[in-house]
Design a binder for this molecule. Structure first.
Ligand SMILES: Cc1cc2nc3c(=O)[nH]c(=O)nc-3n(C[C@H](O)[C@H](O)[C@H](O)COP(=O)(O)OP(=O)(O)OC[C@H]3O[C@@H](n4cnc5c(N)ncnc54)[C@H](O)[C@@H]3O)c2cc1C
Length: 286
């Protein structure tokens, strides 16, 4: 409680300072701080938005320089960043951290990694960190005619000697390679090895700023945010969807966030049979 306000209702904690955690906490922070002025009994200093990250800098995939930039920008906007720290326990109204501190919060955003479908672990094939090991053609070495791709597959990048990262950029291109290789295997042709270099990584960190690495070049600030929007817009399927989103994003530049919330609360429904049974019960008691 702070000045009679239960702070655990306003505080938000995100576990994991990767792309999902950082982008989400930046958006939540902007949303809360922009909305607070519509609630006269609340003040901005009551809001606590915390990003907990086990490494020494957030957004590790983008390198320490962009990670440090993102940290600085978020901290300037009031996000509390706890590096070298992990969430160890989540309770109903508090979050416990590895440094022993407790943050009163009922809203916790978990972005500390995803796990594969448990089915993969049961497959009788070679796994690397839980992912199915394939050869360069995305075929399972001991299982000719069986292919794996995307997040569930561990495909070695021969340039780096490490598996390709689990991103959509890779999954989509692996899909095309597998399609061609299945065709080649069935019709008799030459299979194509999978080879792809990450084109870029982008993160929006709120208030029209972003961080990006495109083809090895670092961008930050408004230009990175603009690239983020333009690139993701271009990836949307169908022209109609692109126009709808582009219009929405344009209006977003002119107006503040839409805070209207329609509560979908309904009274409990009672069937005619239940109503009749209730009426006859009441009548019989008279
Ligand atoms: C929050 C978040 C943000 C991300 N942002 C980005 C980004 O900005 N850029 C980027 O490149 N990548 C991003 N990624 C990663 C990207 O989403 C994945 O790399 C990509 O979706 C992998 O594709 P996939 O087809 O291997 O797996 P998925 O897209 O997960 O598809 C697997 C499908 O298989 C289905 N399935 C599961 N089990 C079974 C079963 N037993 N039988 C049949 N179907 C089953 C699932 O329902 C699902 O539809 C993000 C991921 C997350 C979680």
């Amino acid at each position: 409680m702070c000045g009679g306000v239960p702070t655990e209702l306003i505080n938000v904690v995100a576990a994991g300072g990767g792309f999902a955690g950082t982008e989400t906490i930046a958006g939540v922070n902007d949303f809360l701080r922009e909305s607070i002025r519509f609630y006269p009994h609340l003040t901005e200093d009551l809001v606590r938005v915390v990003l907990v990250h086990p490494g020494d800098v957030i957004l590790p995939e983008l390198g320490p320089k962009l990670g440090a930039y993102a940290q600085k920008k978020l901290a300037e906007r009031g996000v509390e960043i706890r590096v070298d720290t992990k969430v160890v326990q989540v309770e109903d109204d508090a979050v416990e951290l590895s440094d022993g501190s407790r943050i009163p919060a009922q809203t916790v955003i978990w972005t500390a990694g995803t796990s594969l479908n448990p089915l993969v672990a049961k497959l009788p094939c070679k796994l690397d960190h839980g992912r199915i090991v394939t050869d360069e053609y995305l075929e399972l070495p001991d299982w000719p005619g069986v292919w794996a791709l995307g997040d569930c597959a561990s495909v070695l990048d021969r340039k780096t000697g490490r598996p390709y990262p689990p991103t959509a950029q890779h999954a989509v291109r692996q899909g095309k390679t597998v399609a061609k290789n299945v065709y080649a295997a069935v019709r008799g042709g030459t299979k194509k090895p999978f080879s792809f270099s990450t084109l870029g990584l982008l993160a929006a960190i709120g208030r029209r700023t972003g961080v990006a690495n495109i083809l090895g070049v670092n961008f930050s600030g408004f230009i990175a945010w603009f690239l983020w929007r333009t690139i993701y817009l271009s990836k949307l399927p169908r022209f109609e969807k692109k126009v709808r989103v582009a219009l929405d994003w344009t209006l977003d530049l002119l107006f503040t966030k839409d805070l209207v919330h329609f509560l979908d609360l309904r009274p409990p429904t009672v069937s005619h049979a239940e109503e009749e049974a209730h009426s006859s019960l009441v009548a019989s008691r008279r």
